[in-house]
Design a protein around this ligand. Sequence first.
Ligand code: SAH
Length: 220
Amino acid sequence: MGRVRSNKYEKFRTRMIEEQLLPRGIEDPAVLHAMEVVPRHLFVAGALHAQAYGDFPLPIGHGQTISQPYVVALMTQLLQLTGKEKVLEIGTGCGYQSAILAALCERVYTVERLKPLLARARRTFDQLQIYNIMSKVADGTEGWPDNAPFDAIIVTAAGPQIPQPLVDQLADPGVMVLPVGDQEGQTLMVVRKEAGVVTTNAVESVCFVKLVGIHGWKAA
Ligand code: SAH
């Protein structure tokens, strides 16, 4: 029974890769492999399992959403991870993006401002026996100074600007991927630090929930 069910989700994942990721330029074999093995459905409520591999975001409670598979894959691919990095993630949410990162780097440090979401994400990491994710409840716009610098930083909520503490906590060389903008429009940005120089590039239009914090939007 369990086996039949897991085969069903494996098929969903294969189809997700063939229909949503490959045609849109996701080609990093390690990223594709992570997307193929991490069971996305286990990060959302049971009633949403059948939709977990669809080409859209899904609600994860508390007004937050898990990004669509393509956006998770794109942001991950932009980090160009080799397996050795220390990665900071802001906005743990359900923990799906964290689990993808955990498969591709040495250690993930993830920060979430909403305690119940992090509690649930941690249970899922335990269930999947993922042990290289460190997490805490805090305002991630301030980064995680005690563990800086980070080889890569990913922010999965959109603020009005690039939070300066995150630029400061980026290693040299280092790369950060984050959406910037408001409800009207947001742009996915890639920030690189190399030989002391910080450069910023826009990648594409995206739609994320709000980054709420000292260096983000004010809480409503
Ligand atoms: N990567 C997540 C996406 C979650 S949505 C996933 O795979 O599910 C973005 C998350 O960012 C939400 O859970 C929201 O609560 C969180 N968030 C917003 N502002 C934040 C901040 N300043 N610090 C930490 N988390 C924040």
